[in-house]
Design a protein around this ligand. Structure first.
Ligand SMILES: [Zn+2]
Length: 86
């Protein structure tokens, strides 16, 4: 399978440990949620992809409801800056 961004075949799969946090000031003091996906990394352009396991996804969904962030606006990153999507 080739990279969906640059079509390179130079990819590798890595184990990971990611601490996810909800966005916004009210969530700064909240502990994160650890997930442990395998990450497919393109060695040419850096695009990295992963899928969150079903149980971890359910946990994130529950927390999204209790934190009131379900349906939060999507974001996009431009040159290292995070911007709210229009
Ligand atoms: Zn790539």
């Amino acid at each position: 399978m080739s990279c969906t961004r640059c079509l390179s075949l130079h990819q590798t799969e890595l184990d990971s440990e990611i601490n996810l946090h909800f966005r916004g000031l009210p969530n700064l003091g909240e502990p994160g949620m650890f997930v442990f996906p395998k990450i497919l990394v393109c060695l040419d352009c850096g695009l990295s992809e992963f899928v969150i396991e079903k149980g971890e996804l359910a946990h994130i969904g529950e927390k999204s409801i209790t934190r009131g962030v379900l349906g939060a606006k999507s974001i996009r990153t431009v040159k290292g800056r995070t911007l709210d999507a229009n």
